[in-house]
Design a protein around this ligand. Structure first.
Ligand SMILES: [Zn+2]
Length: 176
């Protein structure tokens, strides 16, 4: 397993619609393990493949005590509306309230390529929606009003002072 560098806002893979995974094989499993390791090192609750520059429909989640990989994930049911603060490993130190469905039903393949169906609420449902957005090239700031997005992103860019779009993660990193 190895840590992968994180892609930050401004990096092109974050804006691509990722492609379906045809077969879940040993390479896929190794990649999923890298995603878990990188998410843990970055202290995240979820991580999508394109956040490490790989545009395939794979993401990992660790929320409400449930840790799982989702390959080719699709939300087949959703209901309710809930507002809560979100952040993203690809836009460090930027947080904002985002409206999401309260409850979702997910269908995906697991790490072994077996189909599963999962009903989720609360934080877990929110993380699933956030990660699937990533796979469609959507970032959580896109869910804000245009005015708020513009303001926050402008402030974020300024705070980065022209730093690059790739961030190496150290095993001891404590960034959220
Ligand atoms: Zn994110």
């Amino acid at each position: 397993m190895s840590l992968r560098p994180l892609h930050l806002l401004g990096s092109p893979p974050l804006r691509e619609r990722s492609s379906e995974v045809a077969t879940v094989d040993e390479d896929t499993r190794r990649f999923i393990d890298d995603l878990f390791k990188t998410m843990d090192a970055a202290k995240g609750v979820g991580l999508a493949a394109n956040q490490v520059g790989v545009t395939t429909r794979i993401a990992v989640v660790d929320a409400d005590g449930h840790r799982f990989a989702m390959v080719n994930p699709v939300i087949v049911e959703q209901e309710g509306k809930d507002v809560a603060e979100e952040g993203c490993l690809s836009i460090p130190d930027l947080y904002a309230d985002v409206t999401r469905s309260t409850r979702v039903v997910l269908e995906a393949l697991d790490r072994d390529g077996c189909p599963f169906r999962l009903e989720a609420e609360g934080l877990k449902a929110r993380v699933i929606q956030h990660e699937i957005d990533h796979l469609d090239g959507i970032l959580f700031v896109d869910r804000l009003s245009p005015l708020k997005r513009k303001l926050l992103v402008k402030r974020w860019r300024k705070s980065r002072k022209g730093a690059g779009h790739i961030q190496e993660i150290a095993a001891s990193d404590t960034k959220a």
